[in-house]
Ligand binder design. Structure first.
Ligand code: ADP
Length: 514
């Protein structure tokens, strides 16, 4: 069953309570009507009997005379026999009336006691007084009774007629109460509640200027006022929020303008760096070239001063270090300026590994490090920029040699690998150097970041190599990572699919501000 509304529930309860109260109150007149009618009938029977007593010649229908105190035995009538008993037992009772409903129709029955010589006089047709008896009469012995019966139809009808009027009156009172209840509940309270709900709905729809106008002067008005206060507070908070939003928008505009400026400055810086690095390389290359020439001449000259050869080698070493640094700066500047270009082709990894081994072996030999290439018999070709991939591997191997102890072994291992479900390749460079602490394993891929320990400080470097590797691998659509435990060596790896997948580079400003 559907739930009843507040109106329906209030009306239902009020109508039940009103019906109970009205019909409960109607029980009194309902009973009283009969009592009054019986009293009225008794009085008229007494009047008839008194008239008859004074004029015994008058013929009365259904008149009966029973003589003798023991006449009870002869009557055979419940009403009369019980009247006999009553009169005999109590001299104060001198008559009795009953409105009977039994039989075909209602019947009015009256019986009157006769004492002393009254019964004898009635028997001979003498007039007697049947007025309200005195004390002397009450002392006389019971000598008989007279009874009169009349139709009680009119009396019974009157009783029911009056009761129907009472019922109609009760019904009208009930309707009146219900009307008043409806007026009070629906008009008085529910209408106010509905108006409050309409205001709440308007507020919910965003109209914060809406207010309750209830002027009932009671708790409902107080509720409306509290509601208004709440909306007022809400309105205030919303306005505050709006102004905060506006200032936030303004700040956002300022921030984006600053961002554009920063972006532009960064681009200019990268461009400047790229240009300067490029310009620096030309003279440096000639310094290194001439130094190499001088070193060669000095080595050929048997009389050459060994100091001269050492100095020239110092110039060469420093020049090469400087060139490497400038190259790294140039690469990073090119990447940041978005000027690093790819040249994709099918690269033979076997050849590339052999090439790296050949280039890096002299460096490894200086520290008596064994450089070992481990690879399967057959390696597929990879669609990539071979120069960039080689640069990544060169950096890994160069670091591995740089940080491994003398006489140790550096392994370059290539494996066929699955990259994101596609066929690919993984190349890892394993060393037995100091390793990299876990909390630094991501940091070292950021620009100019180095593990802050004496052994790395002593190795020098710019801290740009791995950052360049990360950018290059992103350009190649490759993944790059590290596995390392402190003091147990490191393994730097790069994974790439056999088929080239250009990856979208993150925005230049995202994490390169450093
Ligand atoms: P650089 O070598 O010029 O300092 P990199 O970006 O190549 O710059 O390396 C950053 C830092 O990462 C290094 O300074 C070093 O602290 C650490 N690192 C790199 N490779 C290794 C390695 N194989 N073993 C130990 N530390 C390493």
């Amino acid at each position: 069953m559907a739930r009843l509304s507040l109106t329906q529930r209030s009306q239902l309860v009020m109508s039940a309570v009103a019906a109970l109260a009205i019909f409960g109150a109607m029980a009194i007149p309902w009973i009283q009507i009969r009592e009054s009618m019986v009293a009225q009938q008794l009085q008229s029977m007494r009047d008839i009997s008194q008239i008859w007593g004074k004029n015994p010649d008058i013929t009365i229908d259904q008149f009966r005379f029973v003589k003798g105190a023991d006449g009870k035995a002869a009557v055979g009538d419940q009403f009369l026999s019980s009247a006999f008993d009553e009169f005999a037992a109590s001299p104060d009772i001198f008559d009795r009336y009953e409105l009977e409903h039994g039989g075909d129709a209602p019947l009015s029955r009256y019986v009157r006691a006769l004492r002393g010589d009254q019964a004898d006089r009635v028997a001979i047709g003498d007039a007697i007084s049947l007025d309200i008896p005195d004390a002397a009469w009450k002392k006389l012995p019971l000598t008989g009774v007279i009874s009169i019966e009349r139709s009680g139809v009119a009396a019974a009808r009157l009783i029911w007629q009056d009761r129907i009027y009472v019922l109609i009156g009760g019904g009208l009172a009930w309707l009146g109460i219900m009307f008043a209840v409806r007026l009070l509940v629906v008009r008085g309270y529910l209408r106010a509640v509905r108006r409050l709900r309409e205001v709440a709905n308007r507020v919910r729809a965003g109209d914060l200027s809406s207010r309750s106008q209830l002027r009932t002067g009671d708790e409902l008005e107080q509720l409306g006022n509290s509601f208004n206060d709440m909306v007022q507070t809400l309105d205030g908070s919303q306005k505050q929020l709006q102004s905060m939003n506006e200032s936030l928008d303004f700040k956002l505009v300022q921030l984006s303008e600053a961002n554009v400026g920063l972006f532009e400055s960064n681009r200019l810086k990268s461009e400047f760096l790229a240009n300067v690095s490029h310009e620096l390389r030309t003279p440096l290359n000639s310094v290194i070239g001439f130094a190499e020439l001088l070193a060669e001449l000095a080595r050929k000259d048997s009389d050459a001063d060994p100091k001269r050869i050492r100095y020239i080698e110092h110039i060469l070493k420093s020049g090469r270090g400087l060139l490497e640094m400038i190259n790294e700066l140039l690469d990073m500047a090119k990447i940041e300026a978005g000027r690093m270009e790819l040249s994709v082709s099918n690269a033979s990894i076997t050849d590339m590994l052999e090439g790296i081994s050949a280039i890096m072996r002299p460096q490894a030999d200086l520290k008596k490090i064994t450089l070992e290439i481990q690879r399967p018999e057959e390696l597929p070709t990879v669609e990539t920029d071979p120069g960039k991939l080689q640069q990544i591997l060169y950096n890994f191997v160069s670091n591995a040699i740089k940080f491994s102890p003398e006489g140790s072994c550096v392994i370059v291992r290539a494996d066929v690998w699955s990259v994101d479900g596609a066929p690919g390749l993984r190349i890892a460079v394993l060393d037995s150097g100091p390793g990299i602490p876990l909390d630094m394993q991501q940091t070292i891929f950021e620009k100019f970041r180095q593990v802050d320990a004496s052994h790395t400080k002593s190795h020098g470097g710019t801290g740009l190599g791995l950052a360049i590797c990360r950018e290059l691998s992103a350009m190649l659509g490759a993944k790059l990572g590290i596995e390392s435990n402190s003091n147990k060596g490191s393994s730097f790896w790069v994974e790439m699919p056999l088929e080239f997948r250009a990856k979208k580079l993150p925005p230049l400003m995202a994490d390169r501000a450093g």
